[in-house]
Design a protein around this ligand. Structure first.
Ligand code: SIN
Length: 281
């Protein structure tokens, strides 16, 4: 185990994910709780091994596209979503394209957001498309007292209808009023407690169309802007420069992540599974 030396993350070395023993998995599971994000390099495993590894963390969930429209990205493995900009026969093979993906926690807008995400790289562009993670326990611990007081007992509604780019998710209904308070989405506490470690973290989900329940919209925007400025302004992150064969495993309960843009003419393809979580508390 080699910690990155940054606010979170560690490299796990000397294991073969295709032939993982129970003892090795126990070490990985503990390291995941300790370091929040794990990188395992040179893991050229197939989809069956990827799904099997995910299931060792818990029951797998379906990505939003599959949940809402039944779309399957990999025949025989409905729990896998392709993250890719590749277009075949005029159709994107996966999600997210080549643009920047804003900071977020996976599927924060459902009632039981995933505990773990496992993302493995199959094709990587020569430049760009790096992914960064943020330690939200450190972000919470570093909150100025005034902001700590402002979030006590408060919850955020996380927009389930629109993605950060403003595009509406297929299979969702937009509110006729156009008011962010009327957008459908799950409501979760701003400060959540990790069910396994007992540690507290800031749970911001994603910025776009977030709303602090019970506040006037302007007041909610001010509080969210202050919380995001604090999180983005601190030294809470670590960045992964991808190689083919990398497996990243992260804890969605106490981290956020962001993906940088890359040349849309280059190919990038990753497969991801997510593990069902509990309602944040
Ligand atoms: C994701 O947001 O889960 C994908 C990150 C990436 O494309 O590196």
């Amino acid at each position: 185990m080699r910690p990155t030396g940054a606010a979170l993350g560690a490299d796990v070395e000397g294991v073969d994910l295709a032939n993982l023993t129970d003892a090795e998995f126990a070490v990985i599971h503990q390291a995941w709780l300790d370091h929040m994000v794990l990188r395992l390099r040179n893991q050229h495993i197939d989809d069956a091994a990827h799904v099997a590894l995910g299931r060792r963390f818990g029951e797998l969930d379906f990505n939003p596209g599959t949940r809402l429209t039944g779309k399957v990205y990999v025949e025989g493995f409905p729990e896998i979503v392709k993250i890719s900009n590749i277009v075949e026969n005029g159709k994107p093979v996966g999600e997210l394209g080549a643009g920047e993906a804003d900071w977020h926690s996976d599927m924060c807008f459902i009632e039981t957001p995933p505990s773990a995400s496992l993302l493995r790289s199959l094709e990587i562009p020569p430049e760009g498309g790096d992914t960064s993670w943020m330690n939200m326990e450190a972000a919470y611990a570093g909150l100025p007292e005034e902001l700590k007081r402002a979030v006590v007992g408060r919850s955020i509604k996380h927009d389930a209808v629109y993605v950060s780019s403003g595009r509406q998710r297929p299979g969702t209904v937009a509110p006729a009023s156009g008011d962010i308070r009327d957008i459908a989405g799950a409501v979760h506490p701003i400060v959540r407690t990790h069910p396994l470690t007992g540690r507290k973290s800031l749970y911001l989900g994603k910025r776009h169309n977030a709303y602090v329940m019970g506040m006037e919209v302007a007041e909610s925007e001010r509080l969210l802007d202050a919380l995001w400025a604090h999180a983005l302004g601190g030294d809470f992150t670590w960045t992964q420069h991808w190689r083919v064969g990398d497996m990243m495993i992260w804890d969605n309960r106490c981290t956020m992540h962001q993906r940088g843009a890359f040349d849309s003419g280059a190919r990038r393809l990753l497969h991801r599974v997510v593990v069902k979580g509990q309602k944040p508390a």
